[in-house]
Design a protein. Structure first.
Lengths: 307, 180
């Protein structure tokens, strides 16, 4: 059965529509630098009107900060949108004008271990800071080919737009794969890892059709993608948790954590995977708790509601 | 774009600042700063890199635009209503070029230099309004004259740093050899 794609003209103006990507590009190219904070501040206010996104952030914050007031979380939601707006603006500015932000490496010994790993490796990150910017910079500075896995855009016009932009602007050492066809992607990624490439995956959200496992995050059961861990087990490569945090205007911090080894230790493969997923969830929870304003999760991460 | 690695004091390099006044202040701070090694730090050398300068300029422009908008609106509506409406209207007015830019799709030359065109337009409008209000009656002339004082200070700073441009290049040269 074929699905009908709704290409109504007004879809481009929805929250995930292509119109806002185009406006962002025009703003980055045309707005004088000295009104950039004003533009970002006012457009962030505008996006606060996006009800479902705002509610998703506020509900997530109620889990991250138990007992927090809804009013306080409303203002915190603005801060999340503010950071998101700056992060995507920085990404566009890098793509269009090759403007690089200041970087600070934390856990640099693990980052260098990642760079020096002779075989393949998996970078596991979250929807924090600028995934795109981090991937571009990694591929241009590490001289190792990087495969960046990302979920396709919900809106087909936006997806086409981003695909075209990525194709025109990405460095040769960076390849982008969309996790739409799980089995084909798994084989591609396995091949990349066995060719000593680095694969970057965002591991804090499950999209439809992706293998997942239940895990506790902030005391609530949620699903985490199990694919990266199964891949690491199959390819016998380490997983490096890596987070890109925005610390100020054109300032980012790249936090690399100790690698997670996914090893087959028992006859129950799922138990071994579960242990690795739990280790990742623990690391993720620590990072989100400290940097909640950087977690760009616009949907509730768990159907459970706290007391 | 050039980057400098592991040197924390390099964040005060004048080349990372936009306005002459900020560059002069940065130069003074840089000369007094002790060299500090910070492993894992990567600093980009771009004239719009500094956040403090960027926010200060934005807040200053917003104050200016808001005051002018409030005074102009006050001639049409009640002063309290003018005060309330001034901030959103000033924000909207400052971003008119962003909205109008797509309409210049038929003028590729303007699009190519969009940032300069927009900057020139906005600066011209702000200067003209400031000139008008600087000679008018009322509290707003203090704002307008303060703006001109800052512009004059920037011009003087530009004169001071003009002979220092070679020195600035030498300072950058200390960190030569760092590939991006």
């Amino acid at each position: 059965m074929t699905s009908v794609v709704n290409t109504s003209w007004w879809r481009r103006f929805l929250a995930r529509g292509v119109f806002w990507r185009q406006v962002l590009r025009y703003a980055v190219l045309g707005a004088p630098i000295w009104i950039e904070p004003l533009a970002i501040g006012s457009w962030t206010l505008f996006f606060l009107l996006w009800g479902s996104g705002r509610r998703g952030i506020m509900r997530n914050l109620s889990a991250i900060k138990p007992g927090s007031l809804a009013l306080a979380n409303f203002f915190r939601a603005y801060r999340v949108f503010w950071n998101f707006a700056w992060a995507i603006a920085d990404t566009v500015r890098f793509r269009e004008q090759r403007v690089v932000p200041d970087w600070e490496f934390v856990g640099i010994e693990y980052f260098e271990q990642l760079r020096a790993t002779p075989g393949g490796a998996i970078i596991l990150t979250a929807h924090m800071g600028s995934y795109d910017l981090g991937a571009y910079l990694f591929s241009e500075t590490s001289h190792r080919p990087l495969v960046m896995v990302r979920a396709p855009e919900v809106d087909p016009q936006t997806h086409d737009y981003e695909e075209q932009v990525q194709e025109n602007r990405r460095p040769d050492a960076l390849r982008i794969d969309f996790n739409t066809k799980a089995m084909e992607l798994a084989l591609d990624l396995l091949d990349a890892l066995q060719s000593s490439q680095v694969v970057a995956i965002q591991g804090d959200r499950v999209t439809p059709g992706i293998a997942s496992m239940p895990v506790k995050l902030f005391g609530r059961t949620t699903l985490m993608p199990s694919g990266p861990f199964a891949l690491a087990m199959a390819a016998r490569v380490p997983i490096f948790p890596l987070f890109i945090l925005r610390t100020g205007r054109r300032q980012y911090r790249l936090v690399t954590c100790a690698p997670i080894a996914v090893e087959r230790r028992s006859r129950q493969r799922d138990e071994d995977l579960q242990a690795a997923v739990a280790a990742w969830a623990e690391q993720l929870e620590i990072m989100i708790r400290r940097n909640w304003q950087q977690w760009f999760a616009f949907e509730e991460f768990s159907p459970e509601r706290g007391g | 774009m050039r980057v400098i690695r592991d040197r924390a004091e390099a964040k005060w390099l004048p080349s990372r600042f936009h306005f002459a006044l900020a560059r002069l202040v940065a130069y003074v701070v840089f000369r007094r700063a002790a060299p500090r090694d910070q492993r894992g730090l990567v600093l980009a050398v771009d004239r719009n890199q500094n956040g403090i300068e960027s926010y200060a300029a934005s807040i200053g422009v917003l104050i200016l635009a808001t005051c002018y908008t409030a005074v102009l609106l006050g001639r049409l509506v009640h002063p309290i209503a003018a005060a309330v409406l001034a901030v959103p209207m000033a924000l909207a007015a400052l971003q008119v070029p962003i909205v109008l830019l797509p309409l210049t799709a038929a003028l590729p030359r303007i699009q190519r230099h969009a940032m300069r065109v927009n900057s020139l337009l906005l600066t011209t409008v702000l200067l003209c309004l400031s000139l008008y209000f600087a000679v008018s009656d009322g509290w707003v002339r203090i704002i307008a004259r303060t703006f001109f004082v800052l512009v004059l200070m920037n011009v003087l700073a530009a004169i001071v740093i003009w002979p220092l441009r070679q020195r600035f290049a030498e300072l950058e040269g200390r960190y030569e050899g760092a590939p991006p």
